[in-house]
Design a protein around this ligand. Structure first.
Ligand code: PXL
Length: 287
């Protein structure tokens, strides 16, 4: 059963409030014309970023039966995209998804932490096993915190030189993935940039972001889903990176202008139509 539209299995949590994970991935990719099939790893009342006592229901025992059902139906996927995982056993289940669909693009957003710290539910064991998943990926989208954890490096306290940034990209790709995207990197040239590397072409890219003095949850999920959605609909890597970066700049600035509680996430609903429009994207640079 091959569909005309790209079809993605998204193995992420479903957080009811706070605009992250499946709650933002589904609308963002859908509006780009991609069919997203959610495979929830856990159901949470909110994200884990400062909204109090989260109600958390683990769905570890759901993932493999769901995979078996899709295989029995001969449903095909163009991409398997994993994100926030609720237990270390789920790493193995994601690997089984990748094995069942060897032709699908394997995307791993190695969700583990932000701002130099792991998220509350991410144990050292879960972080260690995330490396296994990264080895099986074609494309990974860590933020700088996650890149440091994957490389066993300290979170950088000073801006990264271009040489260091390139070395991190190459070392991450040496773990397995052809494409590496690192988000939110403060570079020594004074910019905060999203970086990209295509190991097959030996090509390094960067897209500089406008700085806004506030951090919203879910922006990494939106970045990864728009960048992956753009690649699945034919964009080159640097254009996909730029589309995702420009969209987030727009969503963050829209939200910042209203002064809403940052823990509630970006006002995605107001901004989604941007993703249906043509934009002239020519702001990427080589790194
Ligand atoms: O956006 C990453 C993310 C996804 N899922 C949950 C989270 C977070 C970040 O805080 O808490 C449940």
């Amino acid at each position: 059963m091959k569909s005309q539209q790209a079809r993605v299995a998204a193995i992420h949590d479903l957080s009811g409030f706070g605009r992250c994970s499946l709650s933002v991935i589904l609308p963002a990719m859908s509006v780009m014309g991609i069919q997203v099939c959610p495979v929830p790893t856990a159901v949470l009342s909110t994200h884990t970023g400062g909204l109090g006592d989260v109600v958390f229901r683990d769905l570890t025992d759901y993932i493999l039966p769901a995979l078996e059902h899709y295989a029995a139906l001969s449903v095909e996927f163009d991409c398997i995209y994993s994100g926030f995982l609720g237990s270390s056993a789920q790493i193995g289940h994601c690997l089984e998804f990748f094995e069942q669909y060897p032709d699908a693009m394997a995307v791993v957003d190695p969700v583990m932490g932000d701002h130099g710290k792991p998220y509350r539910t991410y144990t050292p064991e879960l972080c260690a096993r995330m490396g296994e998943l990264v080895r099986a990926a074609d494309l990974i989208t860590p933020n700088l915190t996650e890149a440091a954890i994957l490389l066993g490096e300290e979170y950088p306290q000073a801006p990264l030189s271009h040489v260091m940034a390139k070395s991190w990209l190459v070392r991450l790709s040496a773990l397995g993935p052809r494409y590496v995207l690192i988000t939110g990197v403060e570079l020594a040239d004074g910019t905060v940039s999203n970086l990209g590397y295509d190991a097959q072409r030996g090509a390094f890219w960067r897209v500089a972001c406008d700085y806004v003095p506030v951090a919203y949850p879910g922006t990494g999920d939106i970045y990864a889903s728009v960048a992956v959605g753009a690649m699945l609909t034919g964009d080159s890597l640097p254009i996909a990176m730029e589309r995702a970066t420009r969209f987030l700049e727009y969503a963050i600035k829209t939200t910042y202008g209203y002064g809403t509680d940052p823990r509630y996430g970006v006002m995605l609903e107001r901004c989604l139509p941007w993703l249906t429009q043509q934009h002239s994207l020519k702001g990427y640079e080589t790194l």
